[in-house]
Design a protein around this ligand. Structure first.
Ligand code: MF3
Ligand code: CO
Ligand code: CO
Length: 275
C-alpha cells in the first residue's frame, strides 16, 4: 500500500476551508441521497405513540442495510443514530423510551457516512394534527433555509447567507438561535467553516467552488436563548417557546449551489396536518 492509500481516507480539521475536487461531488451526492432516503423512510412511521427509540432503530438499520455508517453513533459519546428534537427542544434531543404525541412538531437529524463522505440532513415532522402556530414556525424555518441557500454562489460570502436567513425569520417575528451553527463537512463531519445563521452582507469568508458545508437554521417562536440540559446534549429554549430546524448539506458549484440532501421522493417538507 502506497502512502495515502489508506482504506478509510481521513482528513483533519486544520483551520482552513477545504476546496474539494469536482469528482468529490459524486461522493457527497451519494451520502446526501442516502441521508434523504433515510428521512423519507421515516415519514410513515412518525405517528402519535411511536417511541423515539424505535425511530432511531429504524434509521440505524436502514443505514447499515445500505452499507453505510451512522456518523453520530459513538460520536463524542453520543449513543444513537439520530437526534429527535421536539417542540421546545432546539437540537440534539436524544431518542429513548419517550414517545411522540399528537400535536408535536419534531426535527429528526441524521448523518450518514458513505465511502467516507458525510451526508448531514434534518427536517421537521408533524405528529398527527398540529396547532397553527407550530405549523407557521415550521414554514418560516423552511423558508429561512431556502432564502439562505438561494444566495450561495462563488463570490458571495457566508455573511450574505446568514443575513438572508436572519432577515427573513426576524421579519416573521421569530428569532434565530445563535448558540449552534452549520459547519463544513466532507470526509470530516464537523469542519471549517462555522456557518452562522445570522450575519451582515459582505462579511465573512467568500464562497468558492468546491466548498462543502451544511446550513441548518434553528428558529424560535420566542426568544433566541437556549440552555443545554444535564444530559449534556439536549438543547432547549430558555423560555420554553417552540423551536424548529431544517438542514441541508450543500456544495458550492461554479455557478451556484448543489443540494446533496435533496429528497428523491420530494419529501423534504413532509405535509403537516392542521388541527
Ligand atoms: N447532525 C448534527 C449536526 O447537524 C450533529 C449531531 S451531534 C451528534 O451537526 F452527536 F449527534 F452527532
Ligand atoms: Co445534522
Ligand atoms: Co450539521
Amino acid at each position: 500500500m502506497a502512502p495515502g492509500d489508506d482504506i478509510l481516507e481521513t482528513e483533519v480539521r486544520d483551520g482552513t476551508i477545504k476546496i474539494h475536487k469536482p469528482e468529490d461531488f459524486e461522493g457527497m451526492r451519494k451520502a446526501g441521497r442516502l441521508a434523504a432516503e433515510c428521512l423519507d423512510m421515516l415519514v410513515p412511521h412518525v405517528q402519535p405513540g411511536v417511541s423515539s427509540e424505535h425511530l432511531d432503530t429504524l434509521a440505524r438499520e436502514f443505514i447499515l442495510d445500505h452499507g453505510a455508517l451512522p456518523a453520530c453513533l459513538f460520536y463524542k459519546g453520543y449513543s444513537h443514530t439520530v437526534c429527535i428534537s421536539r417542540n421546545h427542544v432546539v437540537c440534539h434531543g436524544i431518542p429513548g423510551d419517550w414517545a411522540l404525541r399528537e400535536g408535536d412538531i419534531a426535527n429528526i437529524d441524521v448523518t450518514v457516512i458513505v465511502d467516507g463522505w458525510h451526508g448531514d440532513h434534518s427536517r421537521m415532522y408533524g405528529v398527527g394534527k398540529v396547532p397553527p402556530r407550530a405549523r407557521r414556525l415550521v414554514e418560516v424555518t423552511y423558508e429561512a433555509l431556502a432564502r439562505g441557500l438561494a444566495v450561495i454562489k462563488p463570490g458571495a460570502t457566508l455573511g450574505d447567507v446568514g443575513h438572508a436567513i436572519q432577515a427573513y425569520a426576524e421579519a416573521q417575528r421569530c428569532s434565530m438561535v445563535q448558540d449552534f451553527c452549520g459547519h463544513g463537512l466532507g470526509r470530516v463531519f464537523h469542519d471549517e467553516p462555522n456557518v452562522l445563521h445570522v450575519g451582515r452582507p459582505g462579511t465573512g469568508p467568500e464562497l468558492k467552488p468546491g466548498m462543502f458545508f451544511t446550513v441548518e437554521p434553528m428558529v424560535n417562536l420566542g426568544k433566541p436563548h437556549v440552555k443545554v440540559l444535564a444530559d449534556g446534549w439536549t438543547a432547549v429554549t430558555r423560555d420554553k417557546s417552540l423551536s424548529a430546524q431544517c438542514e441541508h448539506s450543500v456544495g458550492v458549484t461554479e455557478t451556484g449551489v448543489e443540494i446533496f440532501t435533496a429528497s428523491p421522493a420530494g419529501l423534504f417538507q413532509p405535509a403537516i396536518q392542521g388541527e
